[in-house]
Design a protein around this ligand. Structure first.
Ligand SMILES: [Zn+2]
Length: 198
């Protein structure tokens, strides 16, 4: 079913602050939240850096979809600002599953197919409020699509417990503010008489 290659030739390296800010987005947001982050690729090393990108989005507790319109609007904004390079660099799609397990759902797989169609690779990262992290590297070219499970990742500098604590403390308020501004929460639409909350 899952045709995952092994990751021994890809190294995923996070700037500690970027990693912490993505985790914070999941922690402070009561619903699913999704965004991008920039990656600098050097051969088989993928360095994830800078401020995570959060679009204006509408989310519910049970469902988030990658908002193509929001992505297109953001791209347009970048082009107008003369920052097309950021579009090329923003190749990590991260999102939260709130309290649910991490992994790529069928819908997430469609999203990855969609956003990656014009690129040779993308990274997907799913996190939750239990601080679980799941990552896959997708290589679209040359065909066929190769999905690689990322079993471990590194940091650009040693992330000690005290540094982690400080990064969490220093950035929590700002991330809360960003989430409050960008994420509009809606109640899930109830289908007739069906009270599924999954
Ligand atoms: Zn998902």
């Amino acid at each position: 079913m899952m045709n995952l290659g092994n990751s021994k030739n890809a190294r995923i390296v996070f700037e500690p602050k970027t990693f912490v800010e993505i985790m914070l987005a999941a922690m402070v947001c009561e619903v699913e939240v999704s965004g991008l982050a920039k990656i600098e690729k050097r051969d088989s090393i993928y360095v994830i850096h800078g401020e995570p990108i959060v679009f204006d989005q509408t989310c519910s507790l049970v469902k988030t979809t990658f908002d193509e319109t929001a992505y297109l609007l953001w791209q347009e904004k970048m082009v107008l600002a003369g920052q097309e390079n950021i579009i090329q660099e923003a190749r990590l799609w991260w999102h939260s599953h709130v309290w649910s397990g991490v992994g790529l759902s069928d819908e997430d797989l469609s999203t990855m197919r969609l956003i990656g169609q014009d690129y040779d690779w993308w990274l997907a990262m799913v996190v939750n409020k239990r601080c679980q992290v799941y990552m896959e590297l997708w290589r679209y070219r040359p065909e066929p699509l190769l999905r690689t499970l990322i079993r471990e990742f590194e940091f650009t500098e040693k992330l000690s417990p005290s540094m982690l604590e400080r990064l969490l403390k220093d950035n929590e308020e700002r991330m809360s503010e960003i989430i409050k501004q960008k994420v509009k929460i809606v109640k899930p639409v109830k289908t007739s008489g069906n009270d599924d909350d999954d």
